[in-house]
Design a protein around this ligand. Structure first.
Ligand code: GDP
Length: 481
């Protein structure tokens, strides 16, 4: 086993690992957020190195955040602009407020997207704490909070913000009330999966020029919209410089931003050390079933077995006879980490590997941290466990995920893992093939705009055939990288 206690060792190469290749700033108080500098002890060093340009951009963002953050003079000044409809002169700092919305996986992906937008537009990101953001995540920026102050004047309106809100950009466009000669004090951007063509104009360069002047942007989204930022002229060159490896955006930004609080980190480390750290190999299987009705479902079980067997992730068992007992020294101990709302899938695997020997002689341990039954977004510890499980999955060597689940995207992105995706079953039947290897570790944008900004028409590049959908090709198509 490894020694996890010596976390303050500081020779140079250790330091680079500890700071994730320079991604993390130094000087945070370690005890208030153990995960920040300890995560490197639980993972192999990432083969993907952040670009020097990204590192310098993050450091200058941190300076900006500290200068403009809650409580500072520029922040107070910017707040007074909210009292006006239109502003006369530019303030020193501009802001983008991320509204807490949707399941935890969606929130993590959308927050990373909004942060990247803040980096590209020199805005300060402020985070609506919602029910539990503060309990789940440490502060990512040095010396200044990222949390939106509780007395922020627009907070009470957040729940009601939608496509028809008077300050919704798409709504204003639709009703021809956008006046390019005046600068609004604030604007609501509706980038939720149900957004309309006018909301999608956000992804057009011309609209960015208008939006760019507004000091306060409030964004509600459940999407990983990073791929579409790449399609905006004016952002693309900067993005190329920040991320010479296109598929590493969430990998780096996720590791930079999301540090579990000590309570959640306790869930991660205790579980890891009890069930995973001594295995020769760790396999993660994330089972997310979108079918209605209580599982476990036989077709999902069949799909998991078929995928793990065909892709040689798990060995087959010898069900024929109990042969004369050869005493063999087990070659390998594989730990399987299953995450699911339902306990049935892991119980089934566990029984199989208890009742029968494997053909390879490998010893298989199956573990599932929680089985919460159903999604309980409002319960605090529920999402603490969900975050711990995403994190644990990201520490495995090979990962199997479920199609369309953002929960799995977070795990693969943080871990730098290209998962095998269990294709979405249709009509309660296991698809054949059961799974396929993802094209990259980058999360998928579920609701991309199909809009040609110049031609001002929709260009739907998707060819939706039932077969393709069944095979999960759609998911691949929406992944730009
Ligand atoms: P998605 O719906 O799969 O894209 O993922 P989200 O994370 O956005 O929403 C699903 C929510 O359901 C999570 O935030 C959890 O609260 C819960 N959930 C789903 N699968 C699991 C699981 O395997 N373990 C735990 N603890 N919670 C889960």
């Amino acid at each position: 086993g490894r020694d996890y206690s010596n976390v303050t060792a500081t020779n140079d190469s250790n330091d680079s690992d500890r700071l994730l290749g320079g991604l993390l700033a130094t000087g945070f108080d370690e005890a208030t957020c153990l995960s920040r500098y300890q995560s490197s002890l639980y993972r192999k060093p990432s083969p993907y190195k952040p670009s020097p340009y990204l590192l310098s951009k993050l450091r200058s963002y941190e300076t900006l955040h500290k200068r403009c953050g809650p409580g500072t003079e520029p922040y107070k000044k910017a707040l007074t602009q909210l009292d006006q409809d239109h502003i006369d002169n530019n303030g020193e700092c501009k802001y983008v407020v991320w509204v807490s919305f949707s399941g935890l996986g969606n929130r993590i992906l959308s927050l990373a997207s909004v942060f990247l937008y803040a980096l590209l537009t020199d805005r300060v990101l402020l985070v609506d704490r919602g029910k539990d953001m503060e309990d789940l995540f440490c502060e990512p920026f040095p010396d200044m909070s990222w949390l939106l102050p509780l007395d922020f004047p627009l907070t009470s309106q957040f729940d009601g913000l939608n496509q028809d809100s008077s300050r919704c950009y798409g709504h204003m466009l639709k009703n021809h009330v956008v006046d390019n000669d005046k600068t609004l004090s604030h604007l609501y951007l509706h980038l939720v999966h149900d957004y309309g063509d006018h909301d999608k104009m956000f992804f057009c360069q011309g609209d960015q020029t208008f939006i760019g002047k507004v000091p306060w942007l409030v964004v509600k989204t459940d999407n990983y919209f990073v791929p579409s930022l790449w399609l905006i002229p004016g952002f693309d060159e900067e993005l190329d410089k920040l991320f010479p490896q296109k598929e590493t955006v969430f990998h780096h930004l996720g590791r930079y931003l999301f540090h579990p609080t000590n309570q959640v980190w306790g869930l991660v480390t205790r579980y890891y050390e009890a069930y995973l750290s001594n295995a020769d190999e760790k396999i993660g299987i994330q089972v997310r079933v979108f079918d209605v009705g209580a599982g476990p479902f036989q077709h999902v079980m069949d799909q998991i077995s078929s995928c793990t067997r065909k892709e040689k992730l798990l060995p087959e068992v010898d069900t024929v006879i109990e042969r004369s007992r050869r005493v063999t020294i087990p070659k390998k101990h594989k730990a399987v980490l299953v995450t699911s709302l339902n306990s049935g899938y892991s119980e089934n695997l566990k029984s199989m590997y208890w009742e029968y020997p494997t053909l390879t002689g490998e010893i298989i341990g199956v573990h599932q941290p929680s089985q919460e039954g159903y999604q309980q977004t409002e319960k605090k510890m529920h999402n603490g466990k969900a975050l711990a499980e995403m994190y644990l999955l990201s520490m495995t060597d090979s990962l199997v995920t479920s199609a369309w689940s953002t929960f799995g995207y977070v795990a693969q992105g943080l871990g730098g893992l290209k998962p095998w995706i269990l294709y979405k079953p249709e009509n309660r039947t296991a698809p054949d093939p059961a799974c396929g290897r993802a094209m990259s570790m980058e999360p998928c944008f579920h609701a991309p705009p199909f809009y040609d900004c110049k031609a001002k028409t929709g260009v739907d590049t998707a060819i939706d055939t039932q077969t393709e959908e069944q095979l999960g090709v759609q998911e691949k198509r929406f992944r730009l990288f």
